[in-house]
Design a protein. Structure first.
Lengths: 201, 669
């Protein structure tokens, strides 16, 4: 049996070092931003329509609602992670760029202004960080008019018209797809990707 | 042992002192996922705030899933120990290394009806239709998940999924997380393992993975032996897997696994040197999957398994098994959605053993031919009807009477995260070699080597067991998704129960006979509650009641019914604090039947005692990046199991249970 008294100082030092930093407990409520970013870049590689729709740079707009600090923080993390990944990755041999867009997703949504912002920045993919109750009708109409891919991190928004979602099922990431929305956006994803997705109507 | 712990402490201190940035966040590091492909990314474990059993909501079986994280945090040294947390699972420890796992029926090595698969390969022994848990060729570190079905497994699993199914799924060859680990502890436990995978050729979607694990320990002390002799064990386990994506729609998988395990065990004369057991198993398998369209896919599987059991050298029992099976799935919409599955399976078992071990029966082969279909119909989103039928034709059954096994389940999903299911099924357990009429000499006299001490004797007239089961179950997330609840109740009738009946004194012949009917009913539940963001509380409880329907000619069945634990309660907690993980678990098991070794019946008097047992498990681990090695993480762990056990109970072969304390380090790269 170990003589605890003899080794108590070693125990105390070890415990002290282990707990020396005040650590904040972070909840994993959704898929981590670095994993989400990596998955999004991989998904886009399966869209054959990007070959025709995009010249030499795929611009991903990360859209978050105004006045929501948590969502903005999450969107910022995704922005940082995609920027880290883009130095080593490409989408269908095209370069990657990202922009952050702050959009009101309630009655303050301005469709014309949003459309202009997407066109000016030549956005080809929209990654939505949405609030649970935000109204996406106007936003989705603009996205479909411009034939832009839409992806979000909340699978419940697929029934509103978003094409792809990356959620969590069990303890693993899960892909969800709305095939009708994919078609309306003009995308052409390979069956290999679609076979990995759960289909939402 | 003392020196090992001292060195472990020094390592902890040194690493902490030298690595002042152990708590550094990942903000300044590159993303670890840059080199993963999509399948690998979708295989990354994510801690979910909501129930981790969301996948199971639409499963019509009573299923418990043991995930990779559960395995790592369990502190288990053997695969069988993983099942303590499964409600309804009754685990008996025979000695230091041998376990019996039972679901809803008396403890006996024969006639279990528990199908055990590793990556689709049946690993239970068709000689006795039981599983030698120390002979399964799979490393704990290579298991990705285990699906445990409590109760009848349904029509899609192989024959003998009568009382339950344990489906062990190992890591995919596409899993590129590699590891090397070292462990050491009490009972002179030592273990090392490694697993490495990758994509050897650029441009070709071929993935390969290999693993090796070694472990040994001295086991437990045998009661009543001079100096407390132990059952030592040494195990080697390795395997190789390859997965090739021929096209977007076609995938080919092949693997080979091998295990060899030598155990110094005690026979009746308490002389371990003369009673070395040798277990071995080799699997070779290939699988082809093809997706024709969104409406049709199929797979074809082939596997070969060789198992070796040496009860006492040099009497080897070698069984070769061959299996070919196929399943075809159709998906279509017609007044709702349909998934229609149909398939067939051929299983051959060949017994290779010495002539001395056979008495009257020269037929060493068994063939089971099966066909099945299942229709899953979903008329509306929240209601599912599943109807299936399986038929098995077993040459071990007299006159080859086919076994028709229907199954019906109804499932209602009142809300998105809740489901209620009702199931009725009839299943037939396929007879083993021992039951059919093959006389198995289990043990010879160590001095008069041609004299059998224990012989199992079956009969060709034995009827296969029939199990009819009714289940009612609920799964759901409650209280703002904080409570994950799985509960069920069941009633089963087991007809033509097969039990063994022995004279009791040596030499003995154990007759295997049909012996009436059994009724079993019970309740099982499993609860997980998210108390804080990183603190989960768990509880599992099962109540099992068995009773016989007819009189029996001996007291054997009464003894066996007494081995079913009525009340089994487990409570635990899981806490994660950044990189520190703490897990505690305690299990109360009543009605442990403490049996003195059978030969003692000659002495007269009562030789069994009924008592209860509390099993405890504790694990702590800490993960940190290895200084100076980019991309390499290390996880140090400390485990203490059975610290408060009553050492005179639980093992039925008279072994003292000692606390198991060990530590280790695992490098991930």
């Amino acid at each position: 049996m170990i003589n605890i008294k003899k080794y108590k100082f070693i125990f105390l030092i070890s415990v002290g070092l282990l707990f020396s930093e005040i650590l904040s407990i972070q909840a994993a409520e959704k898929i981590p931003s670095d994993l989400l970013s990596a998955i999004v870049l991989k998904i886009l590689n399966y869209d054959r329509s990007l070959d025709k729709r995009v010249d030499d740079e795929v611009v991903i707009a990360i859209i978050h609602p105004s006045n929501n600090k948590d969502k903005k923080s999450y969107a910022d993390e995704i922005y940082v992670n995609i920027n880290k990944l883009k130095t080593r990755a490409s989408i269908r041999e095209k370069k990657i760029d990202t922009v952050l867009l702050d959009v009101g997703m309630d009655s303050s949504f301005d469709a014309e202004r949003f459309k202009k912002a997407l066109m000016d920045k030549k956005v080809s993919v929209v990654l939505l960080v949405t609030e649970d109750k935000s109204d996406l009708k106007g936003l989705i109409t603009v996205i479909r008019d411009l034939k832009i891919n839409s992806i979000c991190s909340d699978e419940s928004r697929l029934s509103d018209g978003i094409a792809f979602a990356v959620g969590v099922k069990g303890d693993k990431p899960k892909l969800f797809v709305n095939l009708r929305a994919v078609k309306l956006e003009g995308s052409d994803y390979s069956s290999k990707l679609l076979s990995l997705c759960k289909r939402i109507k | 042992m003392k020196k090992f712990i001292e060195s472990l402490l020094v390592c902890v201190v040194v690493i902490c002192l030298f690595n002042c940035n152990v708590f550094a966040t990942d903000e300044d590091t590159l993303s670890p996922y840059g080199d993963f492909d999509l399948e690998e990314l979708l295989n990354v474990s994510v801690t979910s705030a909501s129930g981790r059993e969301q996948d199971l909501l639409e499963v019509s079986n009573a299923m418990t899933v043991i995930t990779r994280e559960d395995i790592e945090r369990s502190g288990a040294r053997d695969i069988a120990e993983l099942f303590y947390k499964v409600p309804g699972m009754q685990i008996r420890r025979y000695d230091g290394h041998n376990y019996g796992l039972y679901i809803r029926r008396p403890a006996t090595m024969l006639a279990l009806g528990l199908l055990v698969l590793v990556d689709g390969v049946i690993v239970f022994n068709p000689m006795i239709n039981g599983t030698m848990w120390s002979a399964i060729p799979v490393s704990l570190d290579e298991i990705e998940r285990i699906e445990v079905i409590r109760g009848p497994g349904g029509v899609l699993y192989s024959a003998n999924a009568v009382m339950g199914v344990i489906n062990i799924i190992t890591k995919s060859a596409k899993e590129t997380k590699n590891y090397t680990s070292f462990q050491g502890g009490s009972q002179y436990y030592a273990s090392s393992s490694t697993g490495i995978g990758g994509k050897p050729f650029e441009g070709i979607d071929l993935y390969v993975r290999g693993f090796y694990r070694f472990n040994r320990d001295d086991g437990f002390r045998k009661r009543g032996t001079k100096g407390g002799k132990k059952d030592k064990m040494e195990k080697h386990n390795f395997g190789f897997k390859a997965e090739y994506d021929i096209s977007d729609e076609t995938k080919f998988t092949a693997f080979v696994k091998h295990l060899t395990n030598r155990v110094s065990n005690f026979g009746v004369l308490q002389r371990p040197e003369r009673f070395r057991q040798h277990f071995g198993m080799t699997n070779v398998a290939a699988k082809l999957q093809h997706r024709f369209s969104d409406h049709y896919d199929c797979d074809v599987n082939f596997w070969y398994n060789k198992s070796l059991v040496t009860a006492i050298e040099p009497n080897d029992i070698v069984i070769d098994s061959l299996n070919v099976n196929t399943q075809h799935n159709l998906y279509f919409d017609l007044l709702g959605t349909h998934v229609f599955s149909v398939g067939a399976e051929l299983l051959f078992n060949f017994l290779n053993t010495s002539e001395d071990m056979m008495r009257h029966d020269n037929d060493k082969g068994q063939r089971i031919a099966s066909a099945f279909f299942q229709e899953e119909y979903r008329p509306v989103d929240n209601f599912i009807v599943t109807l299936g039928m399986r038929v098995d034709d077993n040459t071990n059954v007299r006159n080859h009477q086919p076994s028709w096994q229907p199954r019906l389940s109804l499932m209602y999903l009142p809300k998105e995260n809740q489901s209620i299911r009702a199931v009725a099924s009839r299943m037939i357990r396929q007879n083993s070699f021992s039951e059919r009429g093959f006389n198995q000499v289990l043990m010879y006299h160590p001095i008069l080597k041609t004299m059998p001490l224990i012989t199992y004797r079956g009969t060709q007239y034995i009827k296969p067991e029939e199990v009819i089961t009714y289940e009612l179950g609920y799964r759901g997330l409650l209280f703002n998704d904080k409570l994950n609840l799985d509960a069920m109740t069941y009633f089963s009738t087991i007809r033509n129960v097969v039990i063994s009946h022995s004279t009791g004194s040596l030499p003995t012949t154990v007759d295997i006979v049909n012996n009436g009917d059994l009724m079993v009913y019970g309740f099982e539940t499993n609860v997980e509650y998210k108390l804080l963001d990183d603190l989960f509380l768990t509880a599992d409880y099962s109540y099992t009641h068995t009773y016989e329907n007819k009189d029996f000619p001996s007291s054997d069945l009464e003894d066996k019914l007494a081995t079913v634990s009525k009340n089994v309660l487990g409570v635990g907690a899981r806490y994660t604090w950044k990189k520190l993980k703490l897990d505690v678990y305690a299990k109360y098991i009543d009605h442990i039947n403490y049996i003195i070794y059978p030969y003692s019946r000659a002495r007269g008097g009562k030789d069994t005692r009924i008592t209860s047992f509390v099993k405890t498990m504790f694990r702590a681990s800490y993960e940190f990046p290895v200084p100076g090695m980019n991309g390499v993480d290390a996880e140090m762990e400390f485990v203490a199991n059975d610290l408060f056990c009553n050492r005179r109970v639980e093992t039925s072969r008279g072994y003292y249970i000692d606390p198991q304390i060990y530590g280790g380090v695992r490098f991930k790269f």
